[in-house]
Design a protein around this ligand. Structure first.
Ligand SMILES: NC(=O)c1ccc[n+]([C@@H]2O[C@H](COP(=O)([O-])OP(=O)(O)OC[C@H]3O[C@@H](n4cnc5c(N)ncnc54)[C@H](OP(=O)(O)O)[C@@H]3O)[C@@H](O)[C@H]2O)c1
Length: 322
């Protein structure tokens, strides 16, 4: 089977196509023929060994200090079940599935336990549309739930045009009928409006922290906001949510936790298969969509990484595995 492999951390050129022996599922595993994966910012950081940025060599404690423990990266995929182990009951051959895993999605075949974060693919989506859903949508759903999102609240989403932001805007608007304000750069205003945001703010031209408006939830997907300034935008019972942050921001977050009764949430997504099933239902009901900006072939993985790192992408990036 073909995979995108890397044996060291570094620039996109460390990614190269390699033939490997095809996997065989164990008794509790599902063998999936992968048709499409995505290329996310997280993949780029994993590839370069800098995830999350700002944490220096600390970030390598888990992923491998001198060289990566995992040679195949990629966290989301959509494909078809080719075979199942003898104890598998949830999935059958030819089921169309989509899923999320810590790494290994840049490969023609995946072997996953049946209780992994894996579900039947939304019937209304193509494989490439479904492949770019899990990471962003699961993360957005997890953090908005951590912020105890309620119907008709006021929500501010900073980084609204990214993989996480795209789904955060749609979940807040379409599933919770919230009043959503999205923050992004000039070229992405139309994209964020098209997702249903009630208001969009171009952070290049306008300081969104100078406002009398108060929010029940602030979700910062890139850890770019100033805790000191944004805390004044939150209601007293409000939640401030961070999906990522660098080291200096960690100190601001910890200080905020100490001195404020407003709540701040950060950490790592706990992904669950039942949430993928929930997202599938919402997609099929027409409440959520993916936004594909560009598609690359498997052999163009390095090019796809360069594109994602450039910050130009307007939506999500697909890596065709088939
Ligand atoms: N905690 C977890 O478990 C978890 C899970 C998944 C992902 N993550 C992390 O979440 C982060 C976001 O991922 P993603 O896939 O959404 O990345 P992405 O698709 O690259 O989106 C990031 C967005 O941030 C925007 N941005 C950049 N600078 C900004 C600024 N100063 N103010 C406002 N927006 C700004 C960019 O668009 P503009 O051009 O509009 O600025 C871009 O659209 C990554 O760090 C990822 O590792 C965390």
């Amino acid at each position: 089977m073909r995979v995108i492999n890397r044996i060291r951390y570094g620039e996109p050129k460390v990614l190269h196509l390699k033939e490997m022996e095809k996997l065989t599922p164990a008794s509790n595993e599902v063998l999936i023929r992968n048709y499409a994966s995505s290329v996310t910012l997280y993949d780029c950081w994993t590839r370069s060994g800098t995830a999350p940025p700002g944490f220096g060599l600390l970030s390598r404690l888990e992923s491998g200090f001198r060289k990566p423990k995992q040679s195949i990266i990629g966290t989301e995929f959509a494909g078809k079940v080719e075979a199942v182990g003898k104890n598998v009951t949830k999935f059958k051959k030819d089921h169309e599935v989509y899923g999320f895993l810590p790494s290994g999605a840049y490969a023609e075949y995946l072997c996953l336990p049946e209780d992994a974060t894996l579900a039947i693919k939304p019937a209304t989506m193509t494989f490439d549309e479904a492949a770019v859903v899990p990471q962003g949508a699961l993360t957005a759903l997890y953090f908005l739930r951590k912020g105890n999102i309620q119907k008709k609240q006021r929500v501010l989403i900073i980084g609204a045009s990214g993989g996480v932001g795209i789904f955060a805007v749609q979940i807040a608007k379409n599933l919770f009928e919230c009043e959503v304000t999205g923050v992004c750069s000039t070229s992405k205003l139309e994209l964020v409006k098209s997702l249903g945001a009630d208001r969009v703010i171009d952070y290049i031209k306008e300081d969104y922290t100078v406002s009398n408006k108060k929010y029940d939830l602030i979700l910062d997907t890139m850890g770019k906001s100033s805790v000191r300034k944004c805390k004044n935008l939150l209601n007293n019972e409000g939640f401030y949510l961070f999906t990522t942050f660098g080291m200096p921001k960690l100190f601001q977050i910890l200080w905020f936790k100490l001195i404020s009764r407003k709540k701040i949430v950060f950490g790592v997504l706990e992904d669950k298969p039942e949430d993928l099933v929930y997202l599938k239902d919402q997609i099929e009901a027409g409440n959520l969509k993916s936004v594909i900006d560009k598609r690359f072939l498997m052999e163009q993985a390095a090019e796809a990484h360069l594109y994602v790192e450039s910050g130009q992408k307007k939506g999500q990036v697909v890596l065709y595995i088939d």
